[in-house]
Design a protein around this ligand. Structure first.
Ligand code: C5P
Length: 199
């Protein structure tokens, strides 16, 4: 069975948490596509070469989830050749047997426009910055994290190639006022309903 769930949205909106819960619930494989860009950003050297030669070791290295890696990722993610080098891997993953959930910025728009379910998970910049800041152990100032979140939103939304955008047929989940449990339940309901129509 092929069944792809595409989850897009800005940094720290809850995509990762929702994706992992969905993967567990429905037995789907999960790919956090941000890790691909983070690994390219951290590899150094020519980013296009780094993207073309990305290995499983690169994806397992320490520090991939740091704020600095997120910054580096969003800088290399503006390069069309970097994006192009990562497309096939993501598409193959999406169509694997047994179902897959991919989260990122352009999954529903560019990587898997044919995905069976497309969710756009978002929240206010203030809420997302607070989550990131708490996650990082209140390291640094909240204001700095908020500035970074806004800068990353601006870069991700304004780039020419595959900007952060909700697909026209995506369902938007605004998690600003939601608990994690509520957000997960909302996503599960949507997917269960769609799966029932494919059975
Ligand atoms: O989601 P995460 O914070 O790990 O993503 C890091 C950066 O990688 C994003 O800010 C974005 O610039 C880039 N990215 C992307 N397309 C994706 C996933 C991530 O451009 N599908």
């Amino acid at each position: 069975m092929h069944f792809t769930v595409a989850i897009d949205g800005p940094a720290a909106a809850g995509k990762g948490t929702i994706s992992r819960a969905i993967a567990r619930e429905f037995g789907f494989a999960h790919l956090d596509t941000g890790l691909l860009y983070r690994a390219v950003g951290l590899k150094g050297g020519d980013p296009v070469q780094a993207a073309r030669s990305l290995s499983s070791d690169d994806l397992a290295r320490d520090g991939l989830r740091s704020l600095a890696a997120g910054e580096a990722a969003s800088r290399v993610a503006v390069l069309s050749d970097v994006r192009a080098a990562l497309v096939d891997f993501q598409r193959d993953f999406a169509r694997r047997d047994g179902g897959a959930v991919l989260d990122g910025r352009d999954i529903g728009t560019v990587i898997c426009p044919e995905a069976e379910v497309k969710l756009f998970v978002t929240a206010s910049a203030e809420t997302r910055a607070r989550r990131r800041w708490l996650e990082a152990g209140e390291d640094g100032s909240y204001k700095e994290v908020l500035a970074q979140v806004r800068a990353r939103d601006a870069r991700d939304s304004s780039r020419a190639d595959a900007p952060l955008l909700a697909a026209p047929d995506a369902i938007t989940l605004d998690t600003t006022e939601w608990t994690v449990t509520y957000a997960i339940e909302a996503a599960k309901e949507i997917i269960a309903a769609r799966l029932a129509t494919c059975a």
